[in-house]
Design a protein. Structure first.
Length: 94
């Protein structure tokens, strides 16, 4: 059952793009879990500017903003819908 938030659903976003780079999905999930790019970059051992670029690339690939970009990155409706409800989605994808 797809997750619905506003006008977006996880399945709609995946269908928009034939595939999602699992590395970028992992970065996205870590930013959601950590609450900030800065905290996520420390746990991922990736530079903050690089992580921000990768998140923007994922947004471009999907065609929707996943976060509001400012002093704090807050998930948009699309970002909330894109965040899977499964706590370990990447473990089954690999």
């Amino acid at each position: 059952m797809p997750v619905h938030t506003g006008m977006f659903s996880f399945s709609m976003l995946i269908r928009h793009n034939d595939y999602v780079d699992l590395r970028l999905l992992g970065y996205f999930l870590r930013v959601i879990e950590s609450g900030s790019v800065s905290a996520a970059s420390k746990t991922l051992l990736v530079g903050q500017p690089s992580l921000s670029r990768q998140i923007r690339k994922l947004e471009r690939d999907l065609g929707v903003p996943l976060f509001t970009h400012g002093t704090r990155m807050v998930p948009t409706a699309a970002g909330i819908a894109f965040a899977p409800t499964d706590p370990h989605p990447l473990s089954r994808a690999r």
